[in-house]
Design a protein around this ligand. Structure first.
Ligand SMILES: *Cc1c(COP(=O)(O)O)cnc(C)c1O
Length: 382
C-alpha cells in the first residue's frame, strides 16, 4: 500500500489564497481605511464586472447563493399556491427557498450521465400551478439549456438557473446565468469564484426584475424609509466585493486549470472497471466544481452506499480525501416527508446518492497528486 507523506485534500482554499495574498490584502486594507463597508463604488463596481463577464444587463449582489435564489423567487412573485420544479439531487438550498417563499417544490428525477435534471420528465410534472423551473448546473456542468428553455417557453414558465457550482460554465457558447430569466450565484469559499465568507449575486437581462431585486434585498424600500414590500437584508459586504473583483480576473485561468485536471483524470479513469467517470455533454463547457465518479457495486439497483463508503475509507487510508455530494436525495429528507414521496420514486437520484464520490479537485492540484489519487483508486478497485 502506498502511504502518502502529505494527504491530498478534497479542496484547498488556503493554497489559492497564497497566490493572490499581496493583491488581496492591499485591496482589503484600502476598503477598511475607506470607512465604506456597505454598498458604495466597490460593490457597484463588482456588480458591473460580474454582469459584463456574463454578458447580461444587470447584476444584483447579495449575501449568499441561498438569498439569491430566495430573492429570485420573490421577484417573480412566486409564493403560496405555486409549484416550482427542481432536482432532488442538489444542495438543500435549491429546494429550501421554494418552501421559504411558501411554494411547493416538485422534484423531477435526474439523468444518470450528467446528474442534472432529466428534461424528458419535466413535462409530466407540470400542472396549472407550476410557475417556474430551477435547473441546477451541478458540479460545474450546464443543463441542456436549449431544451429546457423550449419546455419553459411552451408552458410559460420562468427559469431560475442555480449557478452556485458553475460560475464561468457555458452552454452553446453562452455563460450559465445569462440564458434563463434569472441566474443565481454563490460565492461561498469552495465555489469556483469563492469569497472569504458568504456572498451571492443575481443576474438578469430584465431591468424590472433587477429593480425589484434591489428593493427586496434592502428591506423592501425603493426610497429610504418607505417600504413597499416585505423584504430582507441581503447585501454583499464591500470587503467581499473587493476580493471578488480581484478573483474574477483569475476565474477563467482557474477554471481552465480545473478543466485540465478533469481531462487528466478522464484519461486514466474512463476505462477503469468498477467506476464511471463523469461525462460532459456536447454543447456544454463544464467548470468542474467537482470531479464526481460513480463507484459501482454489484447488483446496482437498490444497492446501498456500503461499497462506496468502503472505497472512500480505503482512499483515505492511502492519503486521498474525497467527498460525497450528496448522500441523501432531497425528496426523502425528513423535512419533505409531508410531500409524500416514497423510496424508489426517483430512482436515478437515489442511486446516485449511493454511488457518487467526488475526488480531489481544485486549480492548484498537481499532476503528482493526481497520479497518487489515480494509483490509489486503481489499487483499491483491482
Ligand atoms: C452552495 C450552493 C447553494 C447555496 O449557496 P450559499 O452561498 O451557500 O447560500 C445553492 N445551490 C447549490 C447547488 C449550491 O451548491
Amino acid at each position: 500500500m502506498i502511504q502518502s507523506v502529505n494527504p491530498i485534500p478534497a479542496f484547498d482554499i488556503k493554497q489559492q489564497y497564497t497566490t493572490i495574498e499581496t493583491e488581496v490584502s492591499a485591496a482589503v486594507l484600502e476598503v477598511l481605511a475607506s470607512g465604506r463597508y456597505i454598498g458604495g463604488s466597490v460593490v457597484a463596481g463588482f456588480e458591473q464586472q460580474f454582469a459584463a463577464y456574463h454578458g447580461v444587463a444587470e447584476c444584483v449582489a447579495c449575501n449568499s447563493g441561498t438569498d439569491a435564489l430566495f430573492l429570485a423567487l420573490r421577484a417573480l412573485e412566486i409564493g403560496a399556491g405555486d409549484e416550482v420544479i427542481t432536482t432532488p439531487f442538489t444542495f438543500v438550498a435549491t429546494a429550501e427557498v421554494i418552501s421559504a417563499v411558501g411554494a411547493k417544490p416538485v422534484f423531477v428525477d435526474i439523468e444518470a450521465a450528467t446528474f442534472n435534471l432529466d428534461l424528458q420528465q419535466i413535462a409530466a410534472a407540470i400542472t396549472p400551478k407550476t410557475r417556474a423551473i430551477i435547473p441546477v448546473h451541478l458540479f460545474g456542468q450546464s443543463v441542456d439549456m436549449t431544451a429546457l428553455m423550449a419546455i419553459a417557453q411552451s408552458h410559460n414558465l420562468a427559469v431560475i438557473e442555480d449557478c452556485a457550482q458553475s460560475t464561468g460554465a457555458s452552454w452553446g457558447g453562452a455563460k450559465v446565468g445569462s440564458i434563463g430569466h434569472i441566474g443565481c450565484f454563490s460565492f461561498y469559499p469552495t465555489k469556483n469564484l469563492g469569497g472569504c465568507g458568504d456572498g451571492g449575486a443575481i443576474t438578469t437581462n430584465d431591468p424590472a426584475i433587477a429593480t425589484k431585486l434591489r428593493i427586496l434585498k434592502e428591506h423592501g424600500q425603493r426610497n429610504r424609509y418607505q417600504y413597499e414590500e416585505i423584504g430582507i437584508n441581503s447585501r454583499l459586504d464591500a470587503i467581499q466585493a473587493v476580493i471578488l473583483q480581484i478573483k474574477l480576473r483569475y476565474l477563467d485561468t482557474w477554471n481552465q486549470q480545473r478543466q485540465a485536471i478533469a481531462a487528466y483524470y478522464n484519461q486514466f479513469l474512463s476505462q477503469v472497471a468498477g467506476i464511471i467517470a463523469p461525462q460532459e455533454l456536447a454543447g456544454s463547457v463544464s467548470v468542474w466544481n467537482q470531479y464526481t465518479i460513480r463507484v459501482l457495486s454489484e447488483g446496482r439497483n437498490g444497492a446501498s452506499a456500503k461499497h462506496r463508503e468502503s472505497v472512500q475509507s480505503q482512499l483515505q487510508a492511502r492519503g486521498v480525501n474525497s467527498m460525497v455530494y450528496y448522500p441523501y436525495p432531497l425528496h426523502l429528507q425528513p423535512v419533505y416527508q409531508y410531500l409524500g414521496y416514497q423510496p424508489g420514486q426517483l430512482p436515478v437520484a437515489e442511486q446516485a446518492c449511493n454511488e457518487v464520490l467526488s475526488l480531489p479537485m481544485f486549480p492548484e492540484l498537481t499532476t503528482e497528486q493526481q497520479d497518487q489519487v489515480i494509483y490509489a483508486l486503481k489499487d483499491i478497485l483491482v
